[in-house]
Design a protein around this ligand. Sequence first.
Ligand SMILES: [Zn+2]
Length: 359
Amino acid sequence: MDTNPPAGGRTTFQPPHAMKALSFSDYGDPSVLRTVDVPTPPIGQDEVLIRVRACAVNALDIKLRRGDVPSPIDPPVILGADIAGDLEEQGAGTPDFQSGSRVVVNPRLFCGHCKYCLGGEQSACGQYRVIGVHRPGGYAQFVAVPAANLAPIPDWLSYAEAAAIPLTFTTAWRMLHTRARLQPGETVLVLSASGGVASAAVQIAAFLGARVVVTTSVEKAKRVEEIGAAMVITDDEDLESGVEEFTHGCGVDVLVQTQGGDAWGSTLALLAPLGRVVVCSAIQGGKVEDDLMPLINRQLAILGSTGGTPIDFARVWEQVVRRRLRPRIEREFALVDGAAAHQAFEQRRHVGKLVLTND
Ligand SMILES: [Zn+2]
């Protein structure tokens, strides 16, 4: 396992036949996660084998572990969509990589030849899939991924920081930049701003030149302010009057909704004329009730958004490489302590990312 690949050129690294992975066979609480020995994944012609150094924990992982998804996947499951590591082996059909290159993985897969893919709208592809959901992910020592999904990690960025980017930051980038077409000087309201996509949205909105107001708990207020919020409305304060104060009675231009259900409230009434609400998940439920009159009279838009395209990922990664976006890492856990990481995630005291790491 510790065979050192030669420096430069195509690798001749011989991966071990077996590896450690954090896996589960039954849905349930974090204790279902077990460290197991499984075969090292074979790579296809267009794939590479990555030695996983860091894999971020996402709300998606928690939902999958609980079986709380529309079509649960067949166990045993290896989770983990947000992967950073070293390139160890490459298929015959892949371009030349430097052996041992530090790389991050865009986890999104698609068919590549439907009208949406050909039009650059891959997240609308009927074959849209995610590594760590539809095929084994990065909760392991090694993972096989398509070579086309790699991006190099600059020396100064840690594996944990790199692994914090692909899923949530790309989703938030698509919501704000691609779907809502956020403009400099506009105002953005991010509800429940400590969540994975929501906290990324705070950073991206601030980077794009918007003024950001957020809602969060009293205990998280300072940390959310530190990542780019100009004003924090805590859970014990009135949302409507807070927004009125922040926008001088105009309403916000863009509202980021990740909750749905009761948290929808009177979302449309909070928007300025020509305002947009952009929604990527409905954790509290998909059915909401609202008044359509503001939608009509103020010419508002409700925009659905899911995942991201290769261009969305490339644009957000470019901002990371230029040091304009940098994720906040709350805590790192060894892969074998993955159950503890899931417990910590479910306690929801964090603002930054929880990341599993391998030596
Ligand atoms: Zn397609």
